[in-house]
Design a binder for this molecule. Structure first.
Ligand code: FDP
Length: 335
């Protein structure tokens, strides 16, 4: 029987897996376990909404712009509401930073955990029935419980995440998460409504053949990224780009590949958000044996300065990310 590091077989329910994980930590209070269950519940609710988005009048733009100045999709808004409600009702979270809200959402000040989330990532793919995802990062607050949450509770480097994960709404729905002891993936069994362990102790191949970048932005790229992309073609690598970060990342983690969202002439800090996109995936990548960098430093070592800060991202198979770095650093030397 296929066993993971906790000695639990494939098919184990997420609930049981979380419980066993908790039992293995002497001083665990169960709060983080409950929070992970709350996130899984919110994921199931969003999955239900995503699956019927073509049938109900919830596809398409909402008419508002989010804090990044992008059109909010109705489903983005719904996912944000559902997630916030699940975390509020669950009662383990003192504050949320969401892609969809400019300010911190303050919840129970007596709780120890902060959540940073992108409730629905890759939202331009909603209306065309292509994979989308939810990304979450969990931190322990620094300031004492009981008082209001401070900026320092949110603006922690990614290496201090206590857990991180994503839910991929793809050909099946998967929850992948880490608490810093490896990465495990759970597939939603729709008839049972349960996430079941399907991918234990996930590892990202050190080498791969896939590169993922939006080459439509070619004219905006630095010379080093152009050179890397040409090198990929010269080597006969495979280009794959869905335009949903979670889906692109997930494929590359399983098959071996690198995802690039560089800084460009028009977006000097890149597009992706450090707190609720890059950090979570970087922790998962490292826990799976992969690598994540902004071209200058490890993503997990960046000290965030603002909630919605952007960052370039190069993530995936270790050797492939190192090769991107060679090009980027050579470009810096030439400049
Ligand atoms: P989206 O704007 O559709 O939400 O998070 C931002 C993101 O998607 C990523 O999921 C995706 O990888 C990237 O943007 C796509 O950006 P480009 O259209 O510039 O390639």
């Amino acid at each position: 029987m296929d066993k993971n590091s906790l000695g639990l077989p494939i098919g184990t329910t997420l609930d049981r897996f979380i419980k066993k994980n908790q039992d293995d930590f002497e001083y665990a209070t169960g709060e983080l376990s409950q929070l992970l269950r709350d996130i899984a519940l919110a994921g199931k609710i969003i999955n239900r909404e995503v699956n019927k988005s073509g049938l109900l009048d919830i596809g398409g733009a909402y008419g508002n712009k989010n804090v990044q100045g992008e059109d909010q999709q109705k489903l983005d808004v719904i996912a944000n509401i559902r997630f916030t409600r699940a975390l509020r009702n669950g009662g383990q979270v003192c504050a949320i930073v969401s892609e969809e809200d400019e300010e911190i959402i303050h919840l129970n000040p007596n709780c120890r955990y902060v959540v940073c989330m992108d409730p629905l990532d890759g939202s331009s793919n909603i209306d065309v029935n292509v994979s989308i995802g939810t990304i979450f990062s969990i931190y322990r607050r620094i300031s004492p419980t009981g008082g209001p949450v401070q900026n320092e509770d949110i603006l922690q480097p990614g290496r201090d995440q206590v857990a991180a994960g994503y839910i991929l709404y793809g050909s099946s729905t998967m929850l992948v998460y880490t608490t810093g002891h490896g990465v495990n993936g759970f597939t939603l069994e729709p008839s049972l409504g349960e996430f079941l362990l399907s991918h234990n102790n996930m590892r990202c191949p050190e080498e791969g053949t896939i590169y993922s970048i939006n080459e439509g932005s070619w004219k905006q790229f630095d010379e080093s990224i152009k050179a890397y992309t040409l090198w990929c073609k010269d080597q006969g690598l495979t280009a794959r780009y869905i335009g949903s970060l979670v889906a692109d990342y997930h494929r590359n983690m399983l098959k071996g590949g690198v995802y690039l969202y560089p800084n460009t002439k028009t977006a000097p800090d890149g597009k992706l958000r450090l707190l609720y996109e890059c950090n979570a995936l970087a922790l998962i990548a490292e826990q799976a044996g992969g690598m994540a960098t902004n071209g200058k430093e490890r993503i997990l070592d960046i000290n965030p300065k603002s909630f919605h800060q952007r960052s370039p991202l190069y993530i995936g198979s270790k050797n492939m990310v190192e090769r991107v770095l060679d090009f980027v650093q050579e470009g810096v030397e030439k400049a």
